[in-house]
Design a protein around this ligand. Structure first.
Ligand code: CU
Length: 115
């Protein structure tokens, strides 16, 4: 549990340093076997988006491969993870769970549409 808190703190530091602006949007995503809710997110190009990631069950991960983001989402009730995403380009950015969480793990994904 301590390890997770350290990881979360590290992730938020890393991304906070790269852009200290207030986020334009704060979007909460709930992870549970085997979905993200919401799983389809539309944002505008240039927006600073802060994702608040919480689990409704076990360990999950939030990975946006094309943006170099991959952070742990601690189990339900322990902590939330926060990460920033700045959409510099239009397009579709897939995100996926990056911690093996069971039989449907590989189906656990969604996307961010940047318009
Ligand atoms: Cu998973």
């Amino acid at each position: 549990m301590k390890l997770f808190i350290v990881l979360v703190a590290f992730a938020s530091l890393t991304f906070a340093q790269s852009d200290s602006r207030k986020p334009d949007r704060v979007i909460t995503i709930v992870a549970e076997r085997f979905t993200f809710n919401p799983s389809k997110i539309t944002i505008k190009q240039g927006q600073v988006v802060e994702f608040v990631l919480v689990s409704d069950d076990t360990d999950h991960g939030f990975k946006i491969p094309s943006a170099g983001i991959d952070i742990a989402i601690p189990p339900q009730g322990q902590a939330e993870a926060r990460v920033r995403f700045i959409a510099k380009e239009k397009g579709r950015f897939v995100f996926e769970c990056s911690r093996p969480c069971g039989a449907g793990h590989n189906l656990m994904r969604g996307y961010i549409e940047v318009k």
